[in-house]
Design a protein around this ligand. Structure first.
Ligand SMILES: [Zn+2]
Length: 205
């Protein structure tokens, strides 16, 4: 997996500091494990926050602090998730799939997350419309398989997308395989018209 769409620096910094809500962190992890560029940034942020903590402790960094940090960057291990080499899709613990329309299924992910949030995998077959929707809160998404296109561009396996209440979009599956995405959403989606059953399924995840 290598992506064209990456989390912004603020999201990566929050992820590296362990500040993201766990469900949202999982979606970022799904991107980061396949993206060397973002992995390097995460390691850098972790090194910075470690250095900041040492500063707070009043400990002396010593003259070789910078070279030690740089050395750590060079031989930094990949994040824990990458220890298991199976694709993330196989490592996710999913509740039973619910078919919500021909070619469309959704399955909640069994992972720690805030009760008000939802973490789920959505699979949409080629040619199936998705519900145009607005967001009442943040939404993170990493494409696990296949591809979709919306107003923001083409998103393929490994790509990361985030949206908030400013975004009103209707993704369309590209290519000839189902598009499978891992989502974390905050609050409720607000579907407009199409595929009300899909919206119902979202609400039930
Ligand atoms: Zn990336």
């Amino acid at each position: 997996m290598s992506g064209q769409h990456h989390p912004c620096a603020d999201i990566l910094a929050a992820y590296a500091s362990g500040l993201l809500e766990p469900g949202f962190g999982l979606v970022v992890a799904a991107h980061v494990e396949g993206c060397a560029h973002c992995r390097a940034q995460v390691v850098r942020f972790e090194a910075h926050s470690g250095a900041a903590l040492r500063d707070l402790d009043g400990a002396s960094l010593g003259e070789d602090a910078l070279s030690r940090v740089m050395a750590r960057l060079d031989d930094a291990p990949a994040p824990d998730l990458a220890l298991d080499r199976r694709p993330l899709m196989e490592r996710l613990s999913l509740k039973p799939r619910k078919w919500v329309a021909p070619g469309v299924w959704v399955a909640a992910v069994e992972t720690p997350h805030a009760r008000t949030n939802r973490v789920y995998v959505l699979s949409v077959a080629p040619g199936m419309p998705t519900a145009r929707h607005e967001h009442s809160g943040a939404e993170f998404c990493t494409v696990l398989k296949g591809a979709y296109r919306d107003e923001l561009g083409l998103f393929r396996a490994g790509d990361f997308a985030s949206a908030d209440h400013d975004v009103n979009h209707q993704p369309v599956v590209q290519g000839d395989e189902a598009c499978v995405c891992l989502f974390a959403t905050e609050g409720r989606l607000q579907p407009q018209g199409l595929l009300g059953r899909l919206a119902f399924a979202y609400a039930d995840v």
